[in-house]
Design a protein around this ligand. Structure first.
Ligand SMILES: NC(=O)c1ccc[n+]([C@@H]2O[C@H](COP(=O)([O-])OP(=O)(O)OC[C@H]3O[C@@H](n4cnc5c(N)ncnc54)[C@H](OP(=O)(O)O)[C@@H]3O)[C@@H](O)[C@H]2O)c1
Length: 226
């Protein structure tokens, strides 16, 4: 989703910095994006406060911050099999990381700028094995509301994706990815699962619309209705 957003914003002629933990994966991402002098990459782990502080030191002034980071490996488990280290990685990557981005990023953000977090349908259609992800997705909505008040006029919102075909599914469904997504597609009112561009477009709306803050934008093909 982050890659799709970067591509969309570069096409819109924005300056874009993408961040991830692996230099090799960032190089791969760079090669897949339009070649442009407006694309920057920085290696950082958003769960580490010193790295987040350094990241914003390198970026300079910004208009928008978006996080789509998630580390959910090993976290989709029934409670008896739940590894607490995996649970903590979800909390760190999806909640503490976004909190650190807001803490260190707000001072360099434009007053007309925005912060967008990414939650997900697990909070609204919870299922067995998804308790940690569901809880963290729910918490992000409250965090955005509180920060919208504290950081205003900077706007703070959440995009909540439904099921989207991305690499993250290797941790959720393994080899059953295609069958699992196909089965969901047939149930959804829109008749398909999401594409990364669907979510990128929703995030771009939250970035651009100056009157939306403290909001969860559900981009999920009607998943909450079925
Ligand atoms: N795909 C879905 O069906 C779905 C549904 C609902 C919600 N969501 C949510 O949507 C968001 C985006 O998901 P996605 O499907 O695009 O996942 P993805 O393809 O796995 O991408 C996640 C990205 O996060 C980066 N990342 C993970 N931990 C990080 C950290 N500590 N610091 C910096 N970067 C980190 C990873 O890069 P590196 O590993 O290189 O660091 C990776 O590029 C996530 O919050 C996910 O929970 C997804």
């Amino acid at each position: 989703m982050g890659l799709a957003l970067a591509r969309m914003l570069l096409t819109d002629a924005a300056d874009v910095t993408i961040v991830g933990r692996s230099a090799a994966r960032l190089t791969e991402a760079r090669q897949s994006l339009p070649t442009t002098g407006r694309l920057h990459t920085i290696v950082a782990d958003i769960t580490q406060e010193d790295q987040v502080a350094r990241l914003f030191g390198q970026c300079g002034a910004l208009d928008h911050i978006v996080t789509t980071a998630a580390d959910i490996e090993g976290a989709y488990r029934l409670l008896p099999e739940l590894d607490m280290a995996a649970a903590r990685r979800v909390v760190d990557s999806k909640f503490i990381g976004p909190l650190l981005l807001a803490k260190h990023g707000a001072p360099v953000l434009s007053r007309t700028g925005s912060i967008t977090f990414t939650s997900g349908i697990a909070a609204y259609r919870p299922a067995a094995r998804g308790s940690v992800v569901a809880a963290i997705n729910g918490a992000l909505a409250s965090l955005a509301c509180a920060l919208a008040v504290e950081l205003g006029p900077i706007r703070v919102n959440v995009v909540s994706p439904g099921w989207v075909d991305t690499p993250i599914w290797r941790f959720v469904a393994g080899d059953a990815k295609a069958a699992t997504l196909d089965a969901m597609a047939s149930k959804l009112p829109v008749g398909r699962v999401g594409r990364p561009d669907d979510i990128a477009d929703a995030i771009r709306f939250l970035m651009r619309n100056g009157f939306v803050t403290g909001t969860v934008l559900h981009a999920e093909g009607g998943h909450r209705l079925v």
